[in-house]
Design a protein. Structure first.
Length: 118
């Protein structure tokens, strides 16, 4: 049975897979294009390569932001209820709330690596 929650998960993982494919595939495709034309050096060939890397960088940040938002929504909702019942769990909830932020940092690192190739 398909529920709204399952649709959101499929959409999220589909977008994450698309961002991963663009992030990993675009630079490799344009590196191959440079080899075919006999060009040497690490510079991308043409405006299409710059566009592809810019889109990949944007998708890396967007996907990371969406993933972090979904993770923090669950942790925030559950953590709020846990803190109301047991206030001594505040430190644990704060740590669990900060862990998904590493996803955004990873997205920024990938975007920076792509952007530095432009």
């Amino acid at each position: 049975m398909v529920t709204a929650s399952n649709r959101k998960r499929v959409l999220f993982f589909g977008l994450a897979l698309m961002a991963l494919c663009l992030t990993l595939g675009v630079p490799a495709a344009f590196a191959q294009e440079d080899e075919e034309h006999g060009e040497e050096g690490g510079e991308p060939a043409g405006d299409l390569a710059v566009l592809g890397m810019a889109i990949g960088a944007g998708l890396a940040i967007a996907g990371a932001g969406i993933g972090t938002g979904l993770a923090q929504a669950g942790v925030g909702a559950g953590g709020t209820g846990a803190i109301v019942e047991k206030p001594e769990l505040f430190a644990n909830v704060l740590i669990l709330f900060a862990i998904p932020e590493t996803i955004v940092i990873l997205g920024f690192v990938i975007a920076f690596l792509l952007y530095s190739g432009i």
